[in-house]
Design a protein around this ligand. Structure first.
Ligand code: 26Q
Length: 824
């Protein structure tokens, strides 16, 4: 008879290393004779994977039998980063592994670094989804993520002669963290036509016929919670050609090559992540990705619901689906199609279920990022869905007309269809109409969507449909994993690691703010983290930076609204000032390292120009003997999650300087403050709430307010402004060729001087530079600086993604945690 296998925690380093070695020798069939770090990584990962999978199975079984509501988080991006360190910490056995690896001659840090990042995302939105998965598992919510299994994640960025070059990120060579489920497949239909007819009883039947079929295959990734046996599931869909008779016919009739071509065409659906962040480009393949993933996920969710044998009326009390931006909006249309066309429900009954099931999170107010798809494209690819969209729109507009008979203009503004040439489908409008809650991601942002882009919908549905859930980050990865020394120091003062599960517990740190030994240890840790980053910089850029200098960091996607150009112009301004200083004046200046990192979308020329300028400035400044240690400028290539884990703990100041009203939330601001760095920022996104929590003495705010932006932009357009004189000096230097060919940067400069300065760089420049001078002054008083850092960390409890997930669970999903039963 079969005996049940129960994995136990490793009882000793030796037991762990035996398991790792067994995997290397048997699972991987490798000889220990040439066991290198790659092999050590693989063995370690497989040994830890064994600790996860039975908890994972058990969790899924419990969730099935518990028969309670589950959450499905639909996101086209999950920026997970590495999994091994996280798995070791979550099961509480990293120290065992460290010792076991040391015994066979490896440093655990080197082994961890062998893992390729799972980089299935662009930036903030994708990393938010990953933090949410961590929190949902850690808080025991029955929750699944659904996404796409891209063969190529976000491209790898190389810097060649100061320019960004994109290199494909093929990450799947060895991925022990995914389990292919070749038995879990869904056939997905595209193109074809709609057939409508009456059946024998006179009922109208609508069928979507013809076209082509692509198969979705499930790949499951375990998502372990911290210090709990709950292990949730992330299901990623891969595409392949449907293995229907059709192919065999082709094959048999000798069309072997064309059948292989079909195969490849099908596989392109999940081949590559679109590398645009906050920009909508209407590519057909992107729409195909969206439908493929929505349809497969919904089929899966409905299949699971049907197994419970419940009535359809129970659907929304069993299922909550959260839409991460408008990318999964077709899920709304697809569920309506399933309920009406396939399950035979009446339209109104189906629509009720749909609305009660979905919640929509908006992440942007930028007009260029609001998703629209052309009606002809939608008609071609998804003919039945377009009909349903028109029907949804008809009922919706009738409702609006009844309630606002005097406001005829409103119909055009809120219509799902934009009456342009060609007509466009406004995805955000479907998402709002088809959900019971719409949320923004920080208070200012949630207010802005209510008063600007979605104003009419607030009138139509009332204010209660719109809410705010301020973003958060997981303290497990962004404190405990990224900054183990600080995590241990905090734990030593707070009596354990409880703060990792209730981050508000950090507030007790305030009583240690004057403790001499504690302060000393704190600053030694910051210094050690800066040394770690300095080593990364030396290895990557060949530049030596002084760890005692002020580290000033801006890492995020390169985008005009995030204003890396403001930062680099500020750096040039500082450089020009240093050049004019006397030796005595120079002695008084605090040495600085300005560090940049981030990817530009491949087609975004202005963003690429900014990268080029940063590198050119670095080349000049870093080699200027007059400047020495006073200023270094670094562009760190290929910013990603694992680099962020080194960078965030090493900052003194980080920059969150978007034009007010443009950054929905920002989440790296939270990561930096939680790691004991201060920030310079505009009154934008979550910066405002961070200020409220940590106190305005502990943050460097500058610049114009969101409410002033319209007026300032207007002034620029009508020439009613003067270019800031400091900025003008910077432009003179650039035009004079100080940083190489001036023509290379003319579009960047002219955008500000001649073309309206849309992001208000000139308006904020003086205030930005003054604030940096204040930072210099403040940094000279290390004692006061340290007090600010410690106080800020103590007050960051609010920004845990655990708080955020509890808010979603209560206000939007109406789900409860499922306390895990003992394994065995
Ligand atoms: C849309 C259509 C076609 C192709 C690509 C896209 C696309 C892809 C990614 C549009 C937007 C994104 C990503 C947006 C994003 O990362 N937004 C950020 O979300 C964070 C989490 O809420 C916020 O903190 C940031 O402020 C916001 O910019």
């Amino acid at each position: 008879a079969w005996k049940k296998f129960t994995p136990k925690p490793f009882t000793s380093p030796d037991e762990f290393s035996k398991e790792a070695v067994r995997h290397i020798e048997t699972t991987l069939a490798r000889s220990l004779f040439n066991c290198d770090e790659t092999a050590a990584y693989s063995g370690t990962a497989l040994a830890f994977r064994d600790r996860l999978v039975l908890d994972w199975n058990k969790t899924q079984q419990n969730q099935t039998f518990a028969d309670q509501k589950r959450v499905y988080y639909l996101s086209l991006e999950f920026l997970m980063g590495r999994a091994l360190d996280n798995a070791m910490l979550n099961v509480g056995q990293k120290e065992t592994a460290r010792q076991g690896l040391a015994d066979i001659g490896f440093r655990i840090e080197d082994v961890i670094q062998q893992e390729h990042d799972a980089a299935l995302g662009n930036g903030g939105l994708g990393r938010l989804a990953a933090c949410f998965l961590d929190s949902m598992a850690s808080l025991n919510y029955p929750a699944w993520g659904y996404g796409l299994r891209y063969r190529y994640g976000i491209f790898k960025q190389e810097i060649v002669d100061g320019y960004q070059v994109e290199v494909p990120d093929y990450w799947l060579d060895f991925n022990p963290w995914e389990f292919p489920r070749h038995d879990i497949t869904v056939d997905i239909q595209f193109y074809g036509h709609v057939n409508r007819f009456q059946d024998d009883t006179g009922k109208t039947i609508t069928q979507w016929e013809g076209g082509e079929i692509v198969q979705a295959v499930a790949y499951d990734v375990p998502v372990p919670g911290y210090d709990t046996p709950t292990c949730n599931n992330l299901r990623l869909w891969g595409s392949k050609a449907a293995s229907g008779e059709f192919d065999f016919q082709k094959f048999n009739s000798g069309e072997y090559e064309s059948s292989v071509a079909d195969q490849q065409r099908a596989e392109t659906i999940s081949a590559v992540l679109y590398p645009n962040d906050n920009l909508d480009r209407g590519k057909e393949l992107r729409l195909k990705q969206q439908y493929f993933w929505c349809a497969a996920s919904l089929y899966d969710i409905v299949r699971r619901f049907k197994k419970t044998k419940r009535a359809w009326a129970d659907f929304s009390s069993q299922v909550a689906i959260q839409l991460n931006d408008t990318h999964p909006t077709l899920a709304i249309v697809e569920l309506q199609r399933i309920l009406v066309d396939q399950e035979g429900l009446e339209w109104d009954e189906a629509w009720n279920i749909v609305q009660n099931t979905f919640g929509y999170t908006n992440h942007t107010v930028l007009p260029e990022a609001l998703e629209k798809w052309s009606v002809p494209l939608m008609q071609h690819l998804l003919p039945r869905h377009l009909q349903i969209i028109y029907e949804i729109n008809l009922f919706f507009l009738q409702y609006v007309e009844r309630n606002f008979p005097k406001d005829r203009e409103m119909l055009g503004r809120v219509s799902i269809i934009e009456e342009s040439q060609p007509k466009m489908v406004r995805m955000a409008h479907i998402a709002i109409v088809g959900s019971h809650k719409v949320n923004g991601v920080a208070e200012l942002h949630s207010d802005l969507i209510k008063t600007t882009i979605f104003k009419d919908f607030v009138k139509i549905y009332g204010p209660d449909k719109f809410t705010n859930v301020t973003n958060g980050i997981t303290p497990r990865r962004w404190l405990h994993q990224a900054n183990p020394k600080l995590s241990e120091l905090i734990a030593s003062k707070l009596g354990g690691h409880g703060f990792l599960k209730d981050l508000t517990g950090l507030h007790k740190l305030e009583s240690f703010v004057d403790d001499k030994d504690f302060r000393k240890e704190w600053s030694e840790i910051k210094y050690a983290n800066k040394v770690r980053l300095a080593k990364l910089i030396k290895d990557a850029n060949g530049v030596t930076v002084n760890p005692a200098a002020l580290f000033d960091i801006q890492v995020k996607r390169i985008h005009e609204y995030k204003r890396q150009q403001l930062n680099i112009f500020g750096v040039i301004h500082r450089y020009l000032a240093i050049k004019e200083m006397s030796p005595e004046e120079r002695k008084k200046l605090a040495p600085r390292v300005s560090i940049f990192g981030g990817k530009a979308a491949p087609g975004y020329w202005m963003a690429k120009t900014v990268i080029h300028l940063i590198n050119q400035v670095g080349k000049v400044v870093n080699n200027d003997k007059d400047v020495g240690d006073l200023l270094k400028v670094i562009f760190l290539e290929d910013y990603n999650v694992s680099k962020a884990e080194i960078i965030c703990p090493a900052s003194d100041i980080s920059e969150h300087i978007s034009t007010a009203g443009t950054e929905a939330s920002g989440t790296s601001n939270m990561k930096f403050v939680l790691n004991g760095g201060l920030i310079i920022g505009t009154c934008d996104g979550a910066n405002i709430e961070i200020t409220r929590e940590i106190g305005e003495n502990n943050i460097f705010l500058f610049g114009n307010l969101a409410e002033d932006v319209d007026e300032l932009r207007h002034a620029h357009l009508y020439g009613e402004y003067t270019l800031d004189s400091g900025l003008n000096k910077v432009f003179e230097a650039i035009r004079g060729g100080m940083f190489g060919d001036a023509n290379a940067f003319s579009a960047l400069v002219n955008g500000i001087v001649d073309h309206g300065d849309y992001y208000l760089v000139s308006d904020d420049f003086a205030s930005y530079c003054q604030t940096h001078d204040l930072i210099d002054e403040a940094y000279k008083n290390q004692e006061e600086w340290l007090t600010k850092c410690i106080t800020s960390v103590a007050r960051m409890g609010f920004f845990s993604s655990d708080r955020c997930i509890d808010e979603y669970a209560e206000m939007i999903w109406n789900v409860e945690p499922l306390v895990p039963k003992e394994n065995g």
